[in-house]
Design a protein around this ligand. Structure first.
Ligand code: SF4
Length: 441
C-alpha cells in the first residue's frame, strides 16, 4: 500500500506563520492532452516533484473518480483521462509502473464508465487501466485508532501498491457537500465495503480508509468541475485548473474553499484534520502557482440548494445538530423520489434528522407518518420509522417514505438487491435498533 504522508515532516517557517503543507494551483493554458500534461507536470514541480514518492520499479496506483456513467465525459462527474495519463507518463519517467485503477459505485459496471470516459483509448496506447471489481480480493487492515472499520474489503492490486495517488474531479456531493481527494479513495474498496460505509459511518469511515491506504499524493482534475446535484447529476463548471498536494487534507481544504466551502463545513476534512493526518487550516497551507484562492474561487451551488419543484407539503425537521451527511441524504432521497414519480408519498409526512429533543416533536408527528433519519434520532425510534446509518444511504430513506408496497431504485446505481437491503435494514432497525456501528460525532 501507499508509503504516504511524507509532508508531515516538511514543516518550515514562512515569516511568522508555520507553513505545514503546500498545494499547487495551476491554470491549464491549453485544454488538450498536451496542455493538461504541461499543467500536471508544473503542478507537481511546484510541490517538489515526485522523487520522494516514486522509486524505480514501484507499482503506482492512480485512482481516478469513475463513480458512474456520466451525462458526458466532460460533465464534471468523472476524472478525465488526460489527467491520469499525464500522471502515468511522469511516473514512467521515474521508472515506476503506473496502473490506473478504480471500482465504480456499488452496483455500477466500472467497464461502462471506463468506456464512457474514453479510457479505453489509453489501453490501446499501452497504459494499464484496471476495473478492480473482477480482480483478486484482499482485506486491508486499518491501523490502531480506527473509528469504524478495523479492516477494509479491497483488492490485491491495492494491497500491493507501493504508491497510491488520488485523482478526483472537483465537484459537489449530495451526502458530503464535496467529494475530493479523500472521499475519492472509496473507489479502492469493494461494493460490500462501500455499502458498509453508508450504513456504519461514511465520514469517519473515509478517514479510516485514509489511514489504511496512506496515499502519497493527490492531483485534482479541476478542468471541468461540477456543482449542484453531484456526484453525477450536477451542472458542469469549467474552471481550467489543476491542483496537487502531498497532503490530501490540505488539498481538500483548498479545493473546498475554491468551491466556496470553509474547511470547517466539510466534515471529512474536519475529521481527518482532527485525527492529525493533514492540515486544514488555510493559514498554515501555502498555495503556490498561477493564482491565489481568491482569484479563482467561485461559490458552487450546493446539492441542498437544488430546487424541489412539485414536492407536496410535508414537514422537514433538521435539528441544528444535524450535519451535512443527513441533510444531504434527505435532499437526495427527495430527488430519488421525484425521479421515480414517488414524491406524492411525502405528503403529510414528518422527516426528522439530527439529535432532536423528544419534547420538540410536533403534535401531528405520529408513528405512522414520521421518518427518523440517522442514528442521531435513535432515541426516538419508537416514535416513527427509524432509518439507521450515519448518514444512512438514500435508498433506506426512500424505502421508509414509500413503505413496503412499491418497488424503488437507487438513482445513479442500478444496485442489485438495493431495495431488498433497504427493506431488511429498516426491519432490522425496527426489531433491534442497534448494530449501526459508530456515530460520526
Ligand atoms: S446520524 Fe447524526 S452525526 Fe451521523 S450524519 Fe446524521 S446528523 Fe450527522
Amino acid at each position: 500500500m501507499g508509503s504516504g504522508n511524507k509532508y508531515w515532516r516538511a514543516q518550515h517557517l514562512k515569516g511568522e506563520m508555520i507553513i505545514v503543507s503546500m498545494v499547487s494551483l495551476v491554470r491549464v493554458k491549453q485544454d488538450d492532452e498536451q496542455g493538461i500534461f504541461e499543467a500536471v507536470r508544473r503542478s507537481l514541480e511546484i510541490i517538489g516533484g515526485i522523487d520522494d514518492i516514486v522509486n524505480p520499479g514501484d507499482l503506482v496506483l492512480i485512482n481516478p473518480n469513475l463513480v458512474a456513467v456520466p451525462a458526458g465525459r466532460l460533465s464534471g462527474a468523472i476524472t478525465r483521462w488526460e489527467v491520469c495519463k499525464a500522471i502515468a507518463d511522469l511516473v514512467k519517467e521515474k521508472g515506476g509502473r503506473p496502473v490506473i485503477a478504480e471500482s465504480s459505485a456499488a452496483g455500477v459496471d466500472t467497464e461502462k464508465v471506463i468506456e464512457a470516459g474514453e479510457y479505453a483509448q489509453l489501453r490501446e496506447r499501452g497504459y494499464e487501466v484496471v476495473d478492480l471489481k473482477p480482480t483478486p480480493p484482499a482485506k486491508i487492515p486499518v491501523p490502531e485508532g480506527h473509528k469504524v472499520f478495523s479492516e477494509l474489503g479491497s483488492w490485491e492490486l491495492v494491497q500491493k501498491a507501493d504508491v497510491i495517488i488520488s485523482v478526483p474531479v472537483m465537484k459537489t456531493h449530495d451526502q458530503t457537500e464535496v467529494t475530493l481527494s479523500m472521499k475519492n479513495l472509496k473507489g479502492l474498496i469493494d461494493d460490500a465495503q462501500k455499502k458498509a460505509f453508508h450504513k456504519n459511518g461514511l465520514l469517519e469511515g473515509v478517514v479510516d480508509l485514509m489511514t489504511a491506504l496512506k496515499p502519497s499524493l493527490t492531483v485534482f482534475d479541476a478542468t471541468v468541475c461540477q456543482e449542484g446535484m453531484g456526484p453525477i447529476f450536477g451542472t458542469p463548471v469549467p474552471m481550467g485548473l489543476i491542483l496537487a498536494s502531498k497532503d490530501l487534507v490540505a488539498a481538500d481544504a483548498v479545493g473546498g474553499r475554491i468551491m466556496g466551502y470553509e474547511p470547517k463545513d466539510v466534515m471529512i476534512t474536519v475529521r481527518a484534520a482532527f485525527r492529525g493526518i493533514g492540515e486544514m487550516d488555510l493559514e498554515k497551507i501555502e498555495v503556490r502557482g498561477d493564482a491565489t484562492i481568491s482569484e479563482v474561487e467561485r461559490r458552487f451551488k450546493r446539492s441542498s440548494e437544488t430546487i424541489m419543484e412539485g414536492v407536496p407539503p410535508f414537514e422537514l425537521m433538521m435539528d441544528e445538530g444535524a450535519c451535512t451527511g443527513c441533510r444531504n441524504t434527505v435532499i437526495s432521497a427527495i430527488m430519488d423520489l421525484k425521479d421515480q414519480s414517488l414524491e406524492g408519498n411525502l405528503e403529510g409526512k414528518y422527516v426528522i434528522a439530527g439529535p432532536l429533543n423528544e419534547n420538540l416533536l410536533p403534535p401531528g408527528a405520529e408513528k405512522e407518518n414520521t421518518i427518523l433519519v440517522g442514528i442521531c434520532t435513535k432515541h426516538l425510534e419508537n416514535r416513527g420509522t427509524y432509518v439507521q446509518g450515519c448518514p444512512p444511504n438514500n435508498i433506506f430513506v426512500v424505502r421508509a417514505v414509500v413503505g413496503e408496497g412499491q418497488k424503488i431504485e437507487r438513482r445513479y446505481a442500478t444496485e442489485e438487491g438495493a431495495d431488498d437491503q433497504a427493506k431488511e435494514a429498516l426491519l432490522k432497525g425496527k426489531r433491534r435498533g442497534k448494530n449501526e456501528g459508530s456515530c460520526c460525532h
